[in-house]
Design a protein around this ligand. Structure first.
Ligand SMILES: *Cc1c(COP(=O)(O)O)cnc(C)c1O
Length: 356
């Protein structure tokens, strides 16, 4: 039986990525050496790094004046690196989830933080709207996809101050107008690569405006100036990222991916909305993520939740338990998730309903 990987992160990657990465671990670029034991300064790896950065820019249509870097530390380090490089006196944040809240907490160490709106009181089951962003803030920070709660901002917001976004869990799921942002960052382990590498897309002009001393490793300029080779980069994760980027290009790029992701998500949302047993936790369709789909059992069937989980596991579903703060179920359906796996989950839901 096939195991369907609905894990939220680290999460499903294309077979192409897994297979090529495994091969490179055994014999990297015909060197007779493992990818795990070569110098990152070898010409074969420099070629990997250059191609990955180039393809990353190509697929997201990154404009002139922006640089892409690969660093370590995860999105969590970006929660502090962003304010280190961009927060002079005051920043505005939209609180749409636990990750946003962690970003807010870090920023508070660097200046005044205005939380323009929050959906915390409703366990983050919607994206706040009609808030005002203070025009004197240094930047406005958003989390485009809220991995835990299944909400997503799928448009590029118009704001009158620099925009910064954590796109950890929806990068490459849709075209993005990069020119609207000063900084986009994310951990790679949701939609791009195994854990270990973090990406940042930085507007170069926006840098160098701080009075404070920025530690070398936390200064975006260090990594831009050294083409992500200031220190030893996470070579395996970058190699795997390159494979995913190649796969993505072969599939038609982010526009094709978005179309497919919308179709895929609709299969599961439709099943949830038309079911007697299940309901989505995010009510407004406009706020629903096409990456992480959260659902629970209707109140009158709540006691069947455990049984459904057991049944789903028996049918090959992996990683569908909801985050403990939301409960129920979460199906993460990133780019690499085939529609057939979503259909298998829907079939399991229907079989379970029929049996009860
Ligand atoms: C997973 C996740 C993070 C945390 O990423 P790390 O790389 O583990 O630090 C941050 N933000 C979002 C939106 C995430 O999904």
């Amino acid at each position: 039986m096939k195991t369907h990987n609905f894990s939220a992160g680290p999460s499903i990657l294309p077979d192409f990525t897994i297979k090529n990465s495994a091969e490179a671990v055994l014999n990297f670029a015909g060197t007779g050496l493992s990818l795990l034991e070569v110098s990152h300064r070898d010409k074969e790896f420099i070629a990997v790094m250059n191609e990955a950065l180039l393809l990353f820019k190509e697929l997201l249509d990154v404009p002139e004046g922006y640089e892409v870097i690969f660093v370590g530390g995860g999105a969590s380090l970006q929660f502090c690196m962003a304010p280190y490089n961009f927060l002079k006196t005051k920043a505005a944040y939209l609180n749409t989830g636990a990750w946003a809240a962690k970003a807010i907490k870090e920023a508070k160490g660097f200046g005044e933080v205005v939380e323009v709106a929050s959906s915390k009181e409703a366990i983050y089951n919607y994206i706040p709207k009609n808030y005002t962003v203070p025009s004197d803030a240094d930047y406005f920070h958003i989390t485009t996809n809220n991995t835990i709660y299944g909400t997503e901002i799928r448009t590029d917001l118009d704001v009158n101050i620099p925009l910064i976004a954590d796109m950890s869990s929806d990068i490459f799921s849709r075209p993005v107008d990069i020119s609207k942002y000063d900084l986009i960052y994310g951990g790679a382990q949701k939609n791009l690569a195994p854990a270990g590498v973090t990406f940042a897309i930085v507007k170069k002009d926006a840098l160098g405006k701080m009075d404070r001393h920025i530690p070398t490793m936390l200064d975006y300029r260090t990594h831009i100036d050294n083409e992500s080779m200031f220190n030893t980069p996470p070579v395996f994760a970058i190699y795997a990222a390159l494979q995913t980027l190649k796969w993505l290009k072969e599939k038609g790029g982010v526009a094709a991916m978005e179309k497919l992701n919308i179709e895929k998500a609709a299969v599961l949302y439709d099943a949830i909305d038309n079911s007697k047993f299940f309901k989505g936790t995010v009510i407004d369709p406009a706020d629903r993520s096409i990456m992480n789909i959260c659902f629970v059992m209707n109140d009158e069937y709540k006691e069947l939740e455990k049984d459904f989980y057991t049944y789903a596991v028996s049918q090959g579903m992996s990683g569908i338990k909801g985050h403990r703060s939301v409960g129920g179920f979460r199906a993460s359906v990133y780019n690499a998730m085939p529609k057939s796996s979503i259909e298998a989950l829907v079939a399991a839901m229907k079989e379970f309903e029929a049996k009860h």
